[in-house]
Write a protein that binds this ligand. Structure first.
Ligand code: MG
Length: 223
């Protein structure tokens, strides 16, 4: 592990670490379970549909909003589906958890004196629930939700806005994220290093993230 991680990243060339939350630090199993199981079940109940029909309808609604800020917006879904999304997230919050090795990775960055900024597309209320459950906010130097910048991280408008608010040396910054469109937008903007997470949901096998250097999980970046 020691040797392979060195070929992926040289930490002495990095000052700032931009790290994603869901699928990078926290297990995407929660989000997948929530949107693919919990929400369809509740939606079916509320509208007198079978769960399969409800799931099919929701999947196409989700798909239509992919890459847009609404997709991440708890208020949008609360109104659109007429479901108490906040309440449901609270109800199932015991399933929210770190990915293996994520805390050790953040500890390593702290000891190494890197500036660690959590940058998430999660809505601030979703972030609050996840932070309360895991304490992830206590392991980083700062937290930003893309909602503050009016564009999601996969949109090219996000990065100049975020950069203007933060000021970091592009070439000495790494972004770690499980989303290829997000990594692409960051790379196009000029973020010096990008690393993909290929196993964001601990229940599934890892999947190649085309076009990016990837590791199964952040723990593979510690040496
Ligand atoms: Mg993610």
């Amino acid at each position: 592990m020691k040797d392979s991680s060195k070929t992926i990243i040289s930490w002495d060339q990095v000052d700032t670490v931009l790290v994603d939350m869901d699928g990078t630090l926290l297990d995407l199993a929660f989000d997948n379970f929530f949107w693919r199981e919990v929400v369809p079940k509740e939606y079916a109940k509320q509208n007198g549909l079978s769960e399969n029909i409800a799931r099919e309808e929701l999947m196409s609604r989700y798909k239509a909003l992919q890459g847009r800020l609404e997709w991440y917006c708890i208020d949008y879904w609360t109104d659109d589906l007429n479901l108490d999304i906040r309440g449901l997230k609270h109800k199932y919050q015991s399933r929210i958890q770190f990915l293996p090795g994520a805390i050790e990775f953040l500890d390593y960055l702290r000891i190494s004196k890197k500036r660690v900024i959590l940058v998430t597309n999660a809505h601030p209320d979703t972030f609050a629930i996840k932070a309360q459950k895991t304490g992830v906010d206590k392991h980083v130097d700062a937290v930003f939700s893309s909602h503050e910048f009016e564009f999601p991280k996969e949109h090219k408008e996000f990065w100049p806005r975020f950069y203007a608010s933060q000021k970091f040396t592009l070439l000495r910054t790494v972004l770690i994220d499980d989303s290829a469109p997000v990594l692409e937008a960051a790379r196009d903007f000029g973020i010096g290093k990008t690393i993909a997470i290929s196993c964001p949901d601990s229940r599934f096998a890892s999947q190649e993230v085309a076009g990016f250097v990837s590791v199964e999980g952040v723990e593979k970046l510690i040496f």
